[in-house]
Design a binder for this molecule. Sequence first.
Ligand code: ZN
Length: 321
Amino acid sequence: MNLSNGIHHITAIAGDPQQNLDFYVGVLGMRLVKRSVNQDVPDTYHLFYADGAGNPGTDLTFFPWPALPPVQRGAGQWDEVYLGVPAGTLEYWSKRLLNVGAGTGGSVGKIETRFGERVLPFSDPHGMRLALVEDRSYDGFVFEPWSDGPVPADRQIRSLAGVRLVERSSEPTVTFLTAALGFRAAANEGQWQRYVIGQGVSGQRIDLRVAGDARRGQWGVGAVHHVAWRVADAAAQSAVQQAITAAGGRPTQVIDRFWFRSVYATEPGGALLEVATDGPGFSVDEAPGRLGETLVLPEWLEPQRREIEAALMPLEPARRF
Ligand code: ZN
């Protein structure tokens, strides 16, 4: 059964917010579509990078927490994030990351093949693991290029194509992901098992590796904080919420995040996930042409705007490379 339709957004922990902005906008060419604060910790930014329109499934977001120690990688943790790019662009990206990305503190691996697709692993300036993938399967995936970006439209990142997950044992997690979100086994390659939902197109994949003796991973700078899975509307969200409960999970109530509505739960291995509605979207409080230009606060935080702005580090426009 199709419970979720794929990745909605992925949220990670960054270090310095200016370095984060310079890398994701200036090097990777993603659009800053929302500049807000962590709704639970409003003295820290919440920065959202996406395609030109902020479509669900393209959105990588960060909590910059420079005071945290680096991530401790381990089990029960989302790991590398796949960013989908058009076929034949990895040479361009490899050069770009080597020439301009390296000066920002990131590092670049070599082009390899995974599950028949060309992949370029790299890390951002704060040690977050990412990989560009020449993902061939875009049926039904909505992407809009960013016309003002530093990367040509035909080479831009166009989706969050998938995510890696490391667990001590696969069975509890796989049972949960199957029942709660609708995943099914699709392929094996080396240490990795691929699970998909729907057609298994962009954004509908998890690659799972079992590391039986791994210590439990800990959040820190460079970690994925959570992966949000998309549902079309409130009714579909309620169905997933019930499926999580039936699978032995403990979902939260629906939380209004203003641009979407969210339910959170932890899978049996310990990784945090979210179930988010496609709408209303990032244009609900800013004109599509002005997304990300000013600090946007949800209505209930507006009365504290002056204190919140005073506590945040000022951000310069992204340096473009
Ligand atoms: Zn989220």
